[in-house]
Write a protein that binds this ligand. Sequence first.
Ligand SMILES: Cc1ncc(COP(=O)(O)O)c(C=O)c1O
Length: 377
Amino acid sequence: MMITGSKRSSRLPGSEIRSLLRHAGSRDIISLAGGHPRDELLPLQHLQEAVGRALTRFGRRSLQYGRTEGEAELRDWVCGYYQDRGIRVTPEQVLITSGSQQGLDLLARGLFDPGDPVYMNDPGYIGAIQAFQAAELVCQPWNFTSTPGSAPGNLYIVPNFANPTGESLPREVRRALLQSSHWIIADDPYGQISFCGPTSPWLPDIPIEDGPLILLGSGSKWLCPGLRIGWIVAPTALIELLGRLKQAADLQTSTLSQFTFLELAGLLPPEGARDLLVPVYRQQRDAMVTALKRYWDDDGAFRTPQGGFFLWLTLPEGWSAGDFAARALERGVAVVPGTAFALDRSRPGHPGTIRLSYSKETPEMIDRAIARLAEIL
Ligand SMILES: Cc1ncc(COP(=O)(O)O)c(C=O)c1O
């Protein structure tokens, strides 16, 4: 049988990162490619305890079907998370999702119609581009520096330490955008990994019930991605609508994962986890910056990231990102070419840039990787 799939699915490009990560998993490769937390920081022992606590506290409820919107206790926890950041959220405004990636998929299909534009940074988060394109939306470039404070249409933004550039959206632009009549989807998985003090998912004291702001949250980067816990915060009516779409997609997020996450977040609350993670990621960021200064010999090629997992590097004149990434792989280093983050894959932008992730490897390995990259030039 000839397998072609639907027109929609066959038009959808795969993620270059996922293909790269196949190589990156090999033991001989130093991976500066994925947005993975450092393995040693994944809280194995706390997780063992959290599963036990979840099973003791919730018993067979942990193993049963649950509510599509998410378990009440976890929705309450999400409200507390935002309350600690000065944002009032009610449980009815929360939908628990299977990672914030599912939030992007539900919003793409639940808020917009095929052909609708969504404005976002170019280069942009590849998973958002995929979710939007799967829903047949048109990703349009939006750069806050060229249109300060005004939204040309519905926006998708990573407000803190964006993937892939590491940049954050200034407070005054956040404030100005709230006057907009268009939706703003603010996706904030990296806010906890800050080298410059506490961040806000948007701004304190913002109203949720009347829009235009929709918040996406995730435990993937500061607890662990394997539990697949994320959430959407949005006006109640929208949560109800998205809940129906989620029902069709997966009925609910795993009950056991939700309760385990709840217990794990009790053992390692965001602030505590941040205290453990930030010094480690800061050291890794410093190792990358120091190595680039030592071997790369072009300070203007990057900005030092103030948080998150990524550094965006401009290659010397004349280098193609694809060729460079292929040569890097031959030398045992996985990096992602900037073209992978272009909104329009038919005319790939950012050909002279690469994304380097400092999240996964030790400072020593990062130093070795940058030295190898510099030898290519
Ligand atoms: C900007 C951004 N949003 C969302 C996600 C998806 O996160 P999750 O694991 O919660 O689905 C990622 C993962 O890398 C990301 O970088």
